[in-house]
Design a binder for this molecule. Structure first.
Ligand code: SF4
Length: 343
């Protein structure tokens, strides 16, 4: 950590005079915090917990099962590598024996569709960061044998749910820098709690935490931007327009959460020829959890990965039991990787 980081860490130690718990909603924030071992330099009374910030982790089992059903029907499935090993009710896409392609992005899935007569379904996960690119692809009129299974999510409705429940007793949020680059932070102004948009260097995160602490001490509750080199209040308006031209909000379940109103994105009727759910009459069925995996509670900031008795024993990146150990943005995978720095 460079000296400015040490200076901020020192200031935090001076200022924190009560128990404080802040949540971030971003796998990249968790990776940056754990890689730099930031929790070790924070005041003892300050806790940073993870929220539902990993798009792969919050994809519920019912959506993985729908992807497996599509693979079972003999369609080519294209998706990001992280989704491949996420367990559904009957195995994962990796173990399905289906025609599954790992792609870097939706454009590659379209290229595959252009080279085959087979139906190609892109399993489209991600927050406001990835949905605009998928929208632009749909507007470019991809081939008829291409469709998407939309598993997209929007961050503010999940935050609203967390605040309404109040189960994690949070004093503030570090807002996700990447999501806010696209979506801006205007929408977060509705929440009566301290919030700071933060970047991804250790110093960015420490600065964001310092700004949160200062708000708490002053009794304020507003959105501040500690990442102005990338984020504006309005965000990328063109990207937002593209996203809402193609998608509309819908009520969806998140892993670890019930159905959250208007927290997902589905293709508008005009584009339903590219909607795998409509095209192949596939539904998302709720699945009851039967394992000891605590991903649901990790994603709500209620427990840490090491509170799970399977962590590092039955559950490792080689033998993942839950999605939080599969994805590179998953808290359990990140803690496993940087465990010594967390300790
Ligand atoms: S360690 Fe594994 S089983 Fe436990 S919560 Fe994390 S992913 Fe689930």
């Amino acid at each position: 950590m460079v000296s400015v980081g040490r200076e901020i860490a020192g200031k935090l130690k001076e200022l924190v005079d009560r128990d404080l718990s802040f949540m971030h909603i971003c796998g990249t924030h968790e990776a940056a915090i754990s890689r730099a071992g930031l929790r070790r330099v924070l005041p003892q009374q300050m806790k940073i917990v993870m929220g539902p910030g990993c798009p792969v982790c919050i994809t519920p089992q019912g959506e993985i099962d729908a992807a497996l059903e599509l693979a079972g029907r003999g369609f080519a499935i294209a998706t990001y590598g992280d989704l491949l090993r996420v367990p559904g009710s009957r195995g994962s896409l990796e173990s399905s024996g289906g025609d599954v392609h790992v792609v870097q992005g939706v454009h590659r899935a379209v290229e595959i569709a252009k080279q085959t007569d087979k139906e190609v379904v892109f399993i489209s996960v991600g927050f406001e960061t990835t949905a605009p690119t998928v929208a632009a692809t749909i507007l470019s009129e991809p081939p008829e044998n291409f469709s998407i299974l939309s598993c997209h999510r929007l961050v503010p409705p999940a935050m609203k749910w967390l605040l309404e429940q109040g189960e994690a007793n949070l004093q503030g949020f570090l807002l996700p820098g990447h999501v806010c680059t696209v979506a801006g932070y205007k929408e977060y102004e509705q929440f009566p709690v301290p919030q700071v948009v933060a970047g991804f260097e250790p110093e960015d995160i420490l600065l964001g935490l310092l700004m949160l602490v200062e708000q708490v001490r002053k009794g304020e509750a507003r959105v501040e931007n500690a990442y102005p080199r990338a984020v504006t209040r309005e965000g990328n308006v063109r990207a937002q327009q593209l996203m809402y031209e193609v998608f509309e909000p819908t009520d969806v379940e998140w892993r670890g959460f019930p159905v959250i109103p208007r927290s997902g994105l589905k293709l508008r009727k005009k584009f339903e020829e590219y909607d795998a759910q409509k095209k192949f009459d596939i539904g998302f069925r709720p699945v009851t959890k039967h394992t000891a995996c605590l991903c649901d509670r990790v994603l709500r900031g209620l427990v840490s990965p090491t509170d799970c008795r399977l962590f590092g024993t039955a559950c490792t990146p080689r033998t993942p039991v839950g999605p939080c150990m599969v994805s590179h943005e998953g808290a359990c995978r990140i803690w496993f990787t940087y465990r010594s720095r967390e300790e």
